[in-house]
Design a protein around this ligand. Structure first.
Ligand SMILES: Cc1cc2nc3c(=O)[nH]c(=O)nc-3n(C[C@H](O)[C@H](O)[C@H](O)COP(=O)(O)OP(=O)(O)OC[C@H]3O[C@@H](n4cnc5c(N)ncnc54)[C@H](O)[C@@H]3O)c2cc1C
Length: 345
């Protein structure tokens, strides 16, 4: 592992922002290193390090508004292996630097189910528990068994089980108390053997399957449907810089929802088990007139108002200013403050 100085991060964040990392190390361990727990080199580097550390996965959930001072640890820890087999499922251990969608395709090829609804989500496996990635009725927590993470101060590797992670909607302990404190090196998931429980609860998936005349879909058919839907409505970061949904969908109390319903009878909302209502942030933003609106080098995407895009030359500050404008107008119109799903630096 060698330290690279003054490394441009343009190709390593999906907004395509040209910021520079003062120093960067590609953390490369493979399954054998893991088996032997031979991670002493990384430990040594961390022990000697006096600088601020910054963890980078696929850069698909971050907005970099400035150069990164200190040392960037780019997670390139590889390896996908079945470590336990049961009658109905297997446990798969995956290096934190593996690409998430590559794992989904590997699972489908090996007839293992549970993550097909999470097809085409960008980023690394190591980042997947951080915001408990989710799409089309499935969240990472549904298949999560445990993870290993290295304490960036002591170099010690600790195992975190499901109950330790405090998973929530686009949230976990790693986005709060442990943010920036640990490097997730390996994740263990429970994937099902056939026959799989197929989740087609989302209307969009049902529609695509019906159009194809598929009545009894397998995991590949569901994955293909999800890929088709996502490709048609979300901008491809390789063509138009973005970080997916910029904001979380806000939850409001029943009282607040009643007030909103009175003022905006066509409001879209979903009743939650905790008695609150979830309102799609995209709907709120669209109502404020932002959908498809471009200001300079940035703007809200024409097909998905929740996505903020970089038309090519935007700076992180410009994108942040756009996000702030959106937040302000939603507060003024609905009295709801949107919070960012994206990590802002
Ligand atoms: C087009 C598009 C669509 C998307 N769709 C979805 C979606 O449907 N559902 C969804 O949930 N998300 C979605 N996202 C967001 C994103 O893909 C996920 O949040 C993903 O898990 C981020 O992974 P990453 O490796 O790119 O993380 P990064 O952006 O590199 O990092 C995100 C945060 O996690 C930290 N981090 C990264 N790796 C580690 C690690 N190994 N250990 C400790 N900390 C770490 C970073 O420091 C940073 O704070 C989408 C993004 C894009 C661009």
């Amino acid at each position: 592992m060698k330290i690279e100085a003054q490394q441009s991060l343009k190709d390593y964040n999906t907004f395509g922002l040209d910021v520079t990392a003062e120093q960067m190390i590609r953390v490369r361990l493979d399954s054998d290193d893991y088996r032997n727990r031979d991670i002493s080199e990384l430990k040594k580097i961390l022990k000697a390090n006096k600088q601020r550390l910054f963890i980078l996965g696929g850069g698909s959930n971050m907005l970099l508004t400035q150069d990164v001072k200190g040392l960037v640890l780019k997670n390139e820890i590889k390896g996908i292996e079945i470590i336990r087999s049961f009658k109905h499922c297997v446990h798969v251990a995956v290096g934190g630097g593996e690409n998430w969608h590559k794992l989904v395709l590997w699972a489908i090829k090996n007839k293992l189910g549970g993550i097909e609804n999470l097809s085409l989500i960008p980023g690394t496996v190591g980042a997947s528990p951080i915001q408990n990635i989710g799409a089309y009725g499935v969240e990472l927590k549904d298949v999560f068994v445990r993870l290993e993470a290295m304490d960036l101060k002591t170099g010690k590797v600790k195992t975190y089980y499901h109950q330790d992670c405090d998973f929530g909607y686009r949230d976990s302990i790693f986005k709060r108390k442990l943010k920036g404190k640990v490097l997730i090196t390996r994740v263990v998931l429970r994937l099902s053997n056939a026959p799989h429980k197929i989740n087609t609860s989302y209307g969009a998936i049902q529609k695509v399957l019906a159009e194809k005349g598929i009545q009894d879909p397998d995991i590949k058919a569901v994955s293909d449907a999800v890929i088709e839907i996502r490709s048609s409505k979300l901008p491809d970061p390789d063509k138009l810089g973005n970080a997916g949904s910029f904001f979380k969908n806000p939850e409001v109390s029943a009282t607040k929802y009643k007030q909103l319903l009175k003022a905006f009878p066509n409001i879209v909302a979903y009743h939650l088990d905790n008695g609150k209502y979830k309102i799609p942030a995209g709907w709120l933003i669209e109502q404020c007139g932002w959908k498809g609106k471009r200001i300079g080098n940035t703007g809200s995407h024409a097909q998905q108002a929740l996505v903020i895009v970089n038309y090519g030359k935007a700076t992180g500050e410009e994108i942040k200013a756009h996000a702030d404008r959106v937040i302000k107008s939603v507060v003024e119109r609905f009295g709801i403050r949107l919070t960012a799903e994206v990590n802002i630096y």
